[in-house]
Design a protein. Structure first.
Length: 485
RNA sequence: GGCCCCAUGGUCAAGUGGCCUAAGACACCGCCCUUUCACGGCGGUAACCCGGGUUCGAAUCCCGGUGGGGUCACCA
């Protein structure tokens, strides 16, 4: 078999969304697994809705996810250009070929006529499809209509009484009766090809061997096969992946919350978590291990382990995975990623120097175990950057304990003159304290926590101490003592 | 409505006729640890949509029903 070549062909009509990202991922995985090529092509034949901005967003999201492509937009390659609006001449050439061979014909029906027709069919409960009005127009009739100022579209002449079978790698054979398919438009009246036509031409001319895409395209496939056959081209292999559903089991859409990769990126999700999560949606490694990198999946990926049933997007699991990666990535990286969120919360200035960055790292160590995604850091990091108040009744109750002054004094004693304080020293010190004072842990640690943060819950004390530094610790404890009633 | 797809716990899913008195993960609920780390440890609740077949034997095969979804554009 020739080399595997797959593609991801988004329409730049919006940002890359979850479903598109998964399609791209599966294609990428397939290409890598079988040492083939991955092509990215832009399908911008919808002039109204397409934008360069969306295209940029899609490409940047793909790169962010780590899905690189061997050929295509921005990468170049032998079958370029890779933007459909730049391949118009190619489509006309094949449309012409189809017209000449009789597989296609010009249709002069107006949009109004078509709409009325469709409405009538729908009302009668019939199959919706073109009624073939212009199917056998003579040369003279065409000329006549054209003289009336009508702009024709080009339609494909769907053979009658034929049954088409899509050989699908995940679904098996799926058959469609041509009787249910009306003559469809392949070139619009403005000369722009229609989706199905452009796809067939591109997939062939780009040498695509496997078309892996979402299930919503399954019903388009017979039309494309018709085109391949009429043009005398080999039909590629197909694999239709089931849809990703929202909580209400309907296809994921904007009303389901964050649906674009960009949004997750902005919220502080890590690309490896997204990719890991997406890989698990509709595919299973078969083994028990579910946490893996792109490199690890590409070794195991195969279409026969792709699920046929649709999958509900489970935010809880994404959060868990992302939290997992946050906990296990190098602190430096997480701290760097956290900076924008801390800045946005007003905890950091525009420029962060090295000593401040050192503190951010300590803060990151202290709070990352509580995070599902990075933007949440703002909710946990406040105690490190803003001096607390002690109005909370619960806090007051703890602070009013009679042992509190002694506890604070003891810690202060330990800290005075201490230049720096690392986690190990903080742990040792904290462990010593109760013994030294002859008190139970709770009586020592609880007031310290409240004194330092104004709260009864929060980061570990041994993280708090180093991050705040001796001077700040002493300062806060004094203030806490002063505010005890 | 026509056509098409799908159907194991709340969710993702393993399972390709006997190994299933059905894995694992997320979520949830307990207990432990309770201020030393290690996705902390241990445990629990919870599922084969229904009805017919085929078979010695069905979650697994066939048919029907039901349910969910997709698609029916000069959008992709």
């Amino acid at each position: 078999m020739s080399e595997v070549k797959v593609r991801f062909a988004p329409s730049p009509t919006g940002p890359l969304h979850i479903g598109g990202a998964r399609s791209a991922l599966f294609n990428w995985l397939y290409a890598r697994r079988y040492h083939g090529k991955f092509v990215v092509r832009i399908e911008d034949t919808d002039l109204e809705r397409s934008s360069r901005e969306s295209e940029e967003n899609i490409l940047s999201s793909l790169r962010w996810l780590g899905l690189d492509w061997d050929e295509g937009i921005a990468a170049g390659g032998p079958a370029g250009p890779y933007r459909q609006t730049e391949r118009l001449a190619l489509y006309s050439q094949y449309a012409e070929e189809l017209l000449e061979s009789g597989w296609a014909y010009r249709c002069y029906c107006s949009e109004e006529e078509l709409a009325a027709q469709r409405e009538a069919q729908l009302a009668a409960g019939e199959m919706v499809g073109y009624n073939g009005q212009c199917r056998n127009l003579s040369e003279a009739e065409c000329q006549q209509l054209e003289n009336e100022g009508r702009k024709p579209v080009v339609r494909f002449r769907v053979p009658e009484g034929k049954v088409l079978t899509v050989r699908d790698q995940v679904r098996g054979d799926v058959s469609f009766d041509c009787h249910g398919i009306g003559d469809f438009i392949i070139v619009k009246s403005d000369g722009i090809p229609t989706y199905n036509f452009a796809v067939a031409v591109d997939d062939h001319t780009m040498g695509i061997t496997h078309v892996i895409r979402a299930e919503e395209h399954l019903s388009n496939t017979p039309l494309q096969i018709l085109l391949f056959e009429a043009l005398g081209w080999p039909v590629p292999e197909f694999a239709h992946i089931s849809l990703i559903l929202g909580k209400d089991r309907a296809k994921m859409s904007k009303r389901h919350g964050a649906t674009s990769i960009q949004q997750y990126r902005d919220l502080g999700y890590l690309p490896e978590a997204m990719v890991n999560f997406l890989a698990l949606l509709g595919w299973s490694p078969g083994a028990e291990e579910e946490v893996f990198t792109l490199d690890q999946v590409q070794e195991k990926f195969s279409l026969d382990r792709v699920a046929k049933s649709p999958a509900v997007f489970d935010l809880d699991k994404l959060n868990w995975l992302n939290g997992h990666y946050i906990k296990h990535s190098p602190v430096e990286r997480i701290a760097d990623l956290a900076v924008p969120y801390l800045r946005q919360a007003g905890y950091l200035p525009e420029t962060v120097d090295e000593s401040l960055m050192a503190k951010v790292r300590l803060v990151t160590i202290a709070v990352r175990e509580y995070l599902d995604y990075l933007s949440q850091i703002a909710d946990h990091a406040g105690v490190f950057f803003t001096d607390p108040g002690y109005d909370d009744p619960e806090a007051q109750a703890v602070l009013s304990g009679e042992q509190v002054p002694a506890v604070f004094a003891a810690l202060r004693e330990q800290l005075t003159g201490a230049a720096a304080l690392d986690e190990d020293r903080a742990r040792a010190l904290l462990k010593q304290l109760p013994k030294e004072l002859g008190l139970g842990g709770k009586l020592v640690y609880q007031p310290l926590r409240v004194g330092l943060t104004g709260k009864t819950k929060g980061p570990e004390l041994y993280h708090l101490l180093p991050a705040l530094g001796p001077a700040k610790v002493i300062e806060r404890l004094e203030k806490a003592l002063g505010s005890a009633i």
